[in-house]
Design a protein around this ligand. Structure first.
Ligand SMILES: Cc1cc2nc3c(=O)[nH]c(=O)nc-3n(C[C@H](O)[C@H](O)[C@H](O)COP(=O)(O)OP(=O)(O)OC[C@H]3O[C@@H](n4cnc5c(N)ncnc54)[C@H](O)[C@@H]3O)c2cc1C
Length: 693
């Protein structure tokens, strides 16, 4: 008879325990077990902070699945879809071919993904802390920051380099903060240009207590101990944005630091998101025996599942303890089903909590007793050592820990060439992207928002705006191609998102691609330093005019973000100039609408899947337009406004009272600028003729 095929998706605590238990009970000739995990190893998450803090070697916290589960078929393909009706999974076979595989039972144990998108700028500037790569990257970053702090002669930059900001003070936040603090402070003795006093580790937490999951006495102990070790703890502080400079808090304060670790924010994996089954808070709802509600041969376990604990009738916690127990019990339930026996509901009494806080100290609640300090730390290490999946791992980690107590932490790091990176960056209005005179490191493409290029021309110390750039524009090419320092500063006018291509990679692409080189040299000619140098007549004609003198009044009608597509088209038809402003709820400029935007909207609609389009005529403008239009403010020189219009090939631009309030005050039109120049030219001619006569 054909063996029953059980497909497990995931290779974490739940999946491994499930596979181990089932394999121990059923022979391969009776049951084929296939385990699909994106990586070929299981990550032991409780040790990730130790990897980041260099107190254990990277490979000690990862165990190869193939060696742990010798009689299980381990596969590293990523499962893309589960067809519950057809009992099939779909995966990419590694050569770009989608492959389908039948199953008798499927077990979904794919955990959760981190989601830094909950705070603007975190995705671009913070380190997540979920998978092995995150811990390795953070460790590299910490050592890189110390090396740069040693090299710099600028005290302000050194302070920025040595400030490490950890967002979130749950278990992983506290463990990371403790380890980072320990690594940096214990390593300062190997550097000459900074000491322990220069290091700042800040933990930012939105609640009024750290470690909300543990008893008050333990969390108070943890807080005091960490503060004594030098960690600054900011409670009741919500991070609202992250930028290259640091973290912005809700109360308006800005923490300036070069390393941000975000330990908050999780989301369901795409596989779970796309699965059409009952869910609670993004997790798959199961019956008490752990089958997916409404399914007979599909199971869900671990962090991706919403399972009620029969022990206390509460939802299970998303911890390794629970995931492992669920894995074991679900395997036993499957066995019962195969044998025609009744299943049992999941029931488990949590054993306790353990959290390391750095400096050979921890807090622990085990079997109803509480421990703190060195004893708790010793227990923490003992428990995790015992929990490690294989004996070889246990020896490895024990050796690393003993090494860590006796010898300094390892400060070597791979000096990967950052000039070959592509990164993303987020800036708030007023943030500088680079300063005039700095060496160029990146070529920047604006994904969202608007920036201004400012130039200081001695002896005048005041910077003057010489250009405004927006979505789709790029900058940095002149400096990189010319290999000289930046001739202008670039500052964000709005919230800005950039794609940044490292100088090395940029040189390779620009060198290899003729069309790109041509495009860059055309832009370079257009912008070269001062736009108006090549149009001296136009500059002299416009230099004493103000923007206000050429302003057209606002049209009687404007739209708002919530205006429907149908109403917007009607309004555009009725508008004499065919140009309308879109305002937000505070009557600030949000967008513009002219015939070009209509084409953009049509293109956007075309890519919405037909089943999601709904009634297009009732869709709001905010769904169909990106917002963030180009604008100039009344206090800007007319020359800047004209250069911005020429640079972007537009015939009109909204003018706002100031960049802060964004209240529209009128339009500037290309026609008006042209007529003004012609008027001045003819005045100049008649004056010349009068003088001659
Ligand atoms: C930094 C950190 C510290 C922690 N510390 C503790 C602690 O001290 N104590 C504790 O009890 N818990 C701790 N946890 C929580 C614990 O690690 C999780 O609850 C546990 O790992 C959940 O197990 P799981 O099997 O559900 O998922 P995971 O262990 O996350 O495993 C899921 C696996 O599925 C794979 N996968 C996802 N999608 C696919 C796909 N489409 N195809 C193939 N494979 C896929 C992933 O690559 C991953 O390997 C910690 C978590 C973190 C992040």
């Amino acid at each position: 008879m054909k063996p029953t095929r059980v497909v497990i998706i995931g290779g974490g605590f739940a999946a491994v325990k499930f596979a181990e238990t089932l394999r121990a009970k059923l022979r391969p000739s009776d049951c084929e077990i296939l385990l699909f995990n994106r990586e070929n190893h299981m990550v032991f998450h409780p040790l990730l902070a130790d990897v980041a803090g260099a107190s254990i070697n990277v490979d000690a916290a990862a165990a190869p699945l193939r060696q742990m589960l010798p009689d299980v078929g381990c596969r590293t393909e990523r499962v893309l879809r589960i067809d519950l009706a057809a009992s099939q999974i779909e995966f990419d076979d590694g050569n770009g071919v989608l492959t389908r595989l039948d199953y008798d039972h499927v077990v979904i144990a794919c955990g959760a993904d981190s989601n830094l998108g909950i705070i603007p700028g975190m995705t671009e500037h913070a380190f997540p802390f979920k998978v092995m790569r995150d811990a390795i990257d953070l460790r590299q970053q910490i050592v890189r920051q110390m090396e740069q702090a040693e090299a710099t002669s600028d005290p302000e930059r050194r302070r920025w380099l040595l400030h490490f900001i950890i967002v979130g003070a749950g278990f992983s936040g506290v463990e990371v903060a403790g380890e980072v603090n320990e690594l940096v402070r214990s390593s300062t003795r190997f550097y000459r240009n900074f000491s322990k006093e220069d290091v700042v580790v800040t933990m930012v937490h939105a609640q009024d207590q750290i470690l909300p999951e543990v008893a008050p006495t333990l969390r108070e102990f943890a807080q005091k101990k960490m503060e004594k070790a030098g960690v600054t703890i900011l409670l009741n502080c919500r991070a609202v944005a992250a930028t290259h400079e640091g973290v912005e808090l809700k109360d308006g304060r800005k923490l300036l630091g070069g390393t941000i670790v975000c330990t908050i924010g999780t989301t369901a994996s795409p596989l779970v998101q796309n699965l059409n089954v009952p869910k609670e808070k993004g997790r798959i709802r199961t019956t008490p025996e752990m089958r997916i509600e409404g399914q007979t041969n599909a199971w869900a376990l671990g962090d991706c599942a919403f399972i009620l604990n029969d022990f206390d009738k509460k939802p299970c916690l998303t911890t390794a303890q629970f995931a492992q127990r669920q894995g074991r019990q679900a395997a036993l339930n499957l066995l019962r089903i195969l044998r025609g026996e009744p299943t049992k509901p999941f029931s488990f009494k949590a054993l306790g909590q353990l959290c390391s806080i750095g400096g050979y100290s921890a807090v622990a609640e085990m079997f109803g007793m509480r421990f703190s300090g060195f004893l708790a730390w010793f227990m923490w290490r003992g428990v995790y050592l015992f929990k490690l999946p294989t004996w070889s791992r246990r020896f490895k980690v024990a050796l690393d820990w003993a090494w860590d107590v006796l010898f300094p932490r390892d400060l070597s790091f791979l000096n990967t060439d950052t000039s070959l990176n592509v990164a993303h960056a987020y800036f708030l209005p007023g943030d500088y992207i680079h300063h005039q005179g700095e060496l160029a490191r990146t070529f920047c493409i604006i994904d969202e928002g608007e920036v201004e290029a400012l130039k200081v021309t001695p002896p005048d110390p005041e910077p003057k705006i010489i250009a405004v750039l927006s979505k789709g524009d790029f900058f940095g090419e002149a400096t990189l191609l010319g290999d000289h320092p930046h001739e202008t500063s670039v500052r964000a006018r709005t919230v800005v998102r950039l794609t940044q291509i490292g100088s090395g990679l940029f040189a390779q692409i620009a060198g290899a691609s003729t069309p790109l080189r041509d495009l860059l040299s055309r832009t370079l000619t257009r912008r070269s330093g001062d736009f108006w140098r090549r149009l001296p007549l136009a500059r002299s004609l416009l230099s004493d005019d103000t923007l206000a003198s050429l302003l057209d009044p606002l049209p009687a009608k404007s739209l708002n973000k919530d205006t429907t597509f149908a109403d917007a088209i009607l309004a555009l038809n009725e508008s004499p100039s065919g140009e309308l402003l879109i305002l937000d709820e505070k009557q600030r400029l949000w967008g513009t609408l002219d015939r070009n935007d209509l084409y953009d909207m049509t293109a956007r609609i075309a890519i919405i899947p037909p089943e999601e389009r709904g009634d297009l005529t009732r869709r709001k403008l905010s769904d169909l337009l990106p917002g963030n239009p180009l604008y100039v403010s009344l206090d800007e020189p007319l020359l800047v406004a004209a250069a911005t219009m020429l640079d972007h090939g537009i015939f009109w631009i909204p003018v706002v009272r100031s960049k802060i309030d964004l209240q529209p005050v009128g339009y500037l039109r290309g026609e008006r600028i042209r007529s003004r120049m012609i008027q001045k030219l003819s005045q100049g001619k008649s004056a010349h003729a009068q003088t001659a006569s």
